[in-house]
Write a protein that binds this ligand. Structure first.
Ligand SMILES: CC(C)(COP(=O)(O)OP(=O)(O)OC[C@H]1O[C@@H](n2cnc3c(N)ncnc32)[C@H](O)[C@@H]1OP(=O)(O)O)[C@@H](O)C(=O)NCCC(=O)NCCS
Length: 328
């Protein structure tokens, strides 16, 4: 344990609400199908001028306000995203510029929907040894721009928004991040969950040709993976603590991909579903955004109190999966 504590959380969401009924006007689907297969009722979708760095900056400002710190106190910004504003510069640098965190080192991290937990783990590892006392970790996406809005397999699931956390080294070893557990399996077939085309598809002297730029997914395989990965992320992170057991964990904040995956994980862990915090009905799957958005939602609802032990657990493309145990 290193004495690194989350002292503020925040979210930044588009104002535009898109319901299942709205989606049913775009592709051949129904509210009943989406609700029963995923649990999602509505999601937030960006306006034309809004970008990943905008949502990240808003989430960061809200987290800083809760933490009562100024931007110049931030030593490190990590933005986990698969939908950066641009390949260059990094979205973390864009967020830095927007919030005025002029003393921060900045980089992006790509671990898909596990990205926020990966980011927390990396920041935790850098504190305080690499001169980082205060870190801002953001999960932010504008997935609506990498969706094929004619593909009902994917466009009903994904959405836009960002969440953020401020991690501070205060040396108090009784609280803070107790463990992290990061996993990946690069042998899984990329088509299970991919965004194409990528740089590899570019003709060195040409362009993308006629290929669509969109998330493609083999839903059933990703579903089966999620059902295995979520319990493993929780158990793996628990196994790295000094004897914290599942019974000690008050709240599990899982990646908000699909209610049925969370149901199956609860069964597999043999705990009631009520111990999972769920808000996917409101926001859909914002990839790296779901866990910090859910963390902030739970925190602002007063569901996490000083001394509580919580778990966060994500899984996504790569494949990647990750868990962390935190004493608040
Ligand atoms: C995508 C997902 C909801 C599909 O649910 P499912 O129960 O596996 O559904 P299936 O793929 O078997 O499709 C069943 C039928 O519904 C149809 N269908 C698919 N999407 C539909 C939609 N939005 N509306 C209506 N029908 C739809 C399919 O075409 C299929 O029809 P068919 O039987 O005539 O071929 C589910 O596989 C899933 O959630 N997977 C994980 C996805 C995920 O979480 N990805 C992100 C991870 S980070």
């Amino acid at each position: 344990m290193k004495g690194n504590r989350i002292i503020g959380t925040g979210m930044g969401l588009p104002a535009r609400v898109v319901t299942n009924e709205d989606i049913a006007k775009i592709v051949d689907t129904t509210d009943e199908w989406i609700t029963s297969r995923t649990g999602i009722k509505e999601r937030r979708i960006a306006e034309d001028h809004e970008t990943t760095s905008d949502f990240g900056a808003t989430a960061a400002k809200n987290a800083m306000e809760m933490a009562r710190i100024g931007p110049e106190e931030i030593d490190l910004i990590i933005v986990a995203t698969l939908s950066p504003d641009r390949l260059l510069p990094s979205t973390s640098c864009l967020v830095q510029g927007k919030i005025g965190a002029k003393n921060a080192a900045c980089f992006d991290l790509e671990a898909a929907c596990s990205g926020f937990v990966y980011g927390l783990a990396v920041a935790n590892g850098m504190m305080p040894d690499m001169g980082v006392k205060t870190a801002l970790i953001i999960g932010a996406e504008t997935l609506s721009r990498v969706l094929d809005w004619t593909d009902r397999n994917t466009c009903v699931l994904f959405a836009d928004g960002a969440g953020a956390a401020i991690l501070r080294h205060d040396g108090n070893r009784d609280r803070g991040i107790l463990s992290t557990y990061l996993k990946a399996d690069g042998s899984a077939p990329p088509p299970w969950l991919t965004v194409e085309p990528g740089v590899a598809d570019l003709n060195p002297l040409g362009d993308y040709g006629s290929k669509d730029f969109a998330i493609r997914m083999v839903g059933k395989e990703v579903f089966k993976f999620g059902v295995r990965a979520l319990p493993d992320a929780v158990n793996g992170a628990l196994g790295r603590t000094d004897g914290v057991s599942l019974e000690d964990v008050k709240l599990i904040i899982p990646h908000q991909a699909n209610l049925r995956i969370i149901d199956a994980a609860a069964k597999s862990l043999d705990i009631p579903k009520e111990r999972f915090f769920i808000n996917l009905q409101k926001y859909g799957n914002t990839s790296a955004g779901t866990i910090p958005i859910a963390l902030d939602d739970a925190n602002r609802q007063g569901l996490i109190e000083k001394g509580d032990i919580i778990a966060m657990a994500g899984f996504g493309a790569g494949l990647t999966w990750a868990g962390t145990i935190v004493r608040w």
